[in-house]
Design a protein around this ligand. Structure first.
Ligand code: FAD
Length: 326
């Protein structure tokens, strides 16, 4: 049986699920509140410079995801990142495992998401606020357009758990409990353009005992801008503590921390708060499924907070639906 499926969230989990369902002959429509796809696999472009301000790179441990990454590489939307990655503790630098393969989207982190989105119907700039079952079919309403003209056999929430919980509401007790059990950690992110390149002898560093837990020279990734651009991510505890500050309040704190750490003079900079950046602990669920109510959940938070975890979650949900409705 061919299903009409609605997916809320065009991050890599929703898109991976949509891609597999489409291959099996189901009709899929994806909604996203943003004006582009990729969710947390995102890239910001400013006048002359730009940087990946969400996911920094991805690894591929599972053979299924490793095969997918090879397809992305062949399609020209991903590439290995050969930057020098270290760990850094109070000025002590230790090289990270040089055999570890790290990949990035090219020319930007969202490129694999754009590639997966090619063959699905996308409705962007639609913030879904309500889902309702009418005469056995799911309908969705958005903040921007009210009730949307679709009727779905099956509805999938591919958003972080807080948003999924609001949407699921009383429509599925089991799925709502799954959303409630998970906490996501925030991340204040700092992006800086430097006229004078830094002389630091690495391109990415995991930092211990500091406001920042990760800094990276974004322009060493393939096909990026030639301008010296750094991304710095505040650690989860610091981000949580400063969650209620405005951008104006947080900026001087992040600039000072970045300058103290690297000696940099930042010529241009931006900040961004990811309210639901990463999962605190790994989950074994893979996906959430309520066959009786024809509702499901997928996303990184049901597996691991990585691009791989999100892709695998969407993939496994689609496989089980494809088996059930073949
Ligand atoms: P998302 O990408 O969050 O997609 C969910 C989508 O749902 C979004 O596009 C959102 O706009 C949409 N949405 C939400 N609510 C609604 C609504 N009501 N209506 C419509 N649309 C809605 N992973 C790695 O592998 N390596 C890294 O180095 C790495 N670093 C990271 C650094 C940061 C700062 C962050 C934030 C994440 C990082 N991650 C990293 C994690 C990785 O980005 C995520 O695990 C993955 O991208 C999550 O994909 P997803 O599809 O599950 O969710």
């Amino acid at each position: 049986k061919s299903l009409k499926v609605g997916i809320i969230g065009a991050g890599i989990a929703g898109l991976s699920c949509a891609h597999q369902l489409t291959l099996a002959g189901h009709k899929v429509v994806i909604f996203d509140k943003s004006h582009g796809v990729g969710g947390r696999m995102s890239h910001r472009n400013y006048e002359k410079w730009g940087a990946d301000h969400g996911a920094q790179y991805f690894t591929a441990k599972d053979p299924l995801f490793a095969e997918e990454v090879q397809r992305w590489i062949q399609a020209g939307v991903a590439s290995p990142w050969l930057g020098k990655i270290v760990s850094y503790t109070h000025g002590q630098i230790v090289d990270s495992d040089p055999t570890k393969k790290r990949y990035v989207g090219v020319p930007e982190m969202s490129s694999p998401a754009k590639y997966l989105a090619k063959n699905v119907v996308l409705e962007l700039s639609q913030t879904i606020t309500e889902i309702t079952k009418i005469n056995g079919y799911w309908e969705v309403s958005s903040k921007e357009s009210g009730v949307l003209p679709h009727q779905f056999d099956f509805l999938i929430c591919a958003t972080p758990p807080a948003q999924a919980k609001n949407l699921i509401g009383k429509n599925s007790q089991n799925l709502q409990v799954m959303c409630s059990e998970v906490q996501m950690q925030p991340c204040w992110t700092f992006l800086a353009y430097l006229r004078n390149p830094l002389t630091l002898d690495f391109d990415g560093a995991f930092i211990n005992d500091h406001i920042f837990s990760w800094i990276a020279r974004d322009n060493t990734k393939p096909e990026r801008s030639r301008y010296e651009t750094w991304v710095a991510q505040a650690n989860p505890a610091w981000s949580e503590e400063h969650l209620d500050l405005s951008h104006y309040e947080v900026e001087p704190l992040l600039i000072e921390a970045f300058q103290n750490l690297t000696g940099a003079e930042c010529d241009l900079y931006q900040t961004h708060l990811w309210r639901y950046a990463k999962l605190e602990n790994e989950s074994q669920s893979n996906y959430g499924l309520d066959t009786q109510n024809q509702l499901a959940l997928c996303g990184d938070w049901l597996r691991t907070s990585t691009v791989e975890g999100a892709w695998m979650s969407g993939f496994h949900l689609a496989k089980v639906l494809n088996r059930m409705y073949s």
